[in-house]
Design a protein around this ligand. Structure first.
Ligand code: FE2
Ligand code: FE2
Length: 258
């Protein structure tokens, strides 16, 4: 686990999950230190204990009000119910579909849900954040947001990367390796990117650029700032990468026999 101050107001809590024969996936939770603090995503079920302990060190229970759930994949909601129990004042922010899907994991009191839609806003006391749909996503409920104070855009799964074994930072890779890591992740998470009309994808990326983010914080990228152009290039390049197929069964058997 690595804890990174991405911005004076933002802490990333990163765990790393090995994907056999592929590489290492970063799984992030973030704490946004607004006047009303907010946690963004909660990591996996298996890591929820240590993720919860790390989150506890970053938050002020008197100011913690919100838990933003970008989508309900297992690598984002592992700690949601523990956190709801630990912090009775927090409210989950998600879309309607997100709430319904979260409730299939375990019921959530609707009084602890704040529904939001793309373009909707949430007042954190010292700033008003705006919900966005990332250019690419792997679940229909996916919702990110832009923070006008830090100028960080929280992008959920989009803009992630699969790192080579042993790497925990983009600084350990050259530009070509970063691009490969980005396009590999994108081809795994959103294999349909190859089907998107290039003009439509360009429009999505332009709309995101016009928000003026100085960092794009993915749930699956070692926390870093100031590489927005490189991140946008990674999505464009993923459009032309073959969809990820993974191991065949024969390759799995061969791997297990080694
Ligand atoms: Fe996902
Ligand atoms: Fe994810």
């Amino acid at each position: 686990m690595i804890i990174t101050a991405v911005h004076p107001d933002i802490t990333a809590i990163s765990t790393f999950h090995t994907i056999p024969a592929v590489g290492v996936l970063t799984i992030n939770s973030f704490v946004l230190d607004a006047q009303q603090q907010m946690i963004i995503d909660t990591g996996t079920t298996s890591d929820r204990g240590r993720m919860g302990a790390a989150i506890a060190e970053q938050v002020d229970p008197d100011r913690l009000r919100w838990l933003w759930v970008t989508h309900t994949d297992a690598d984002h909601i592992g700690g949601v119910h523990d956190l709801l129990a630990a912090y009775p004042a927090i409210t989950v922010v998600t879309t309607y579909t997100g709430w319904i899907k979260l409730s299939t994991h375990a019921p959530v009191n609707p009084k602890r849900i704040r529904l939001i839609q793309p373009g909707g806003t949430l007042d954190l006391g010292d700033r008003v954040i705006t919900a966005i749909t990332p250019p690419l996503f792997d679940a229909p409920e996916t919702i990110g947001f832009f923070d006008p104070v830090s100028k960080a855009l929280f992008s959920s799964d989009c803009f992630g990367a699969i790192l080579p074994d042993g790497a925990t930072s983009l600084d350990q890779l050259d530009d070509a390796a970063v691009l490969d890591a980005q396009t590999l992740w994108t081809s795994i998470d959103t294999p349909w990117v190859t089907k998107i009309d290039r003009r439509l994808l360009a429009e999505e990326l332009d709309a995101l650029s016009q928000l003026g983010p100085t960092s794009i914080l993915s749930g699956h990228l070692p926390a870093t700032a100031g590489i927005v152009d490189q991140q946008l290039d990674g999505i464009r390049a993923a459009r032309d990468r073959s969809p990820f197929a993974g191991l065949s069964h024969e390759q799995l058997v061969e791997m297990l026999e080694r």
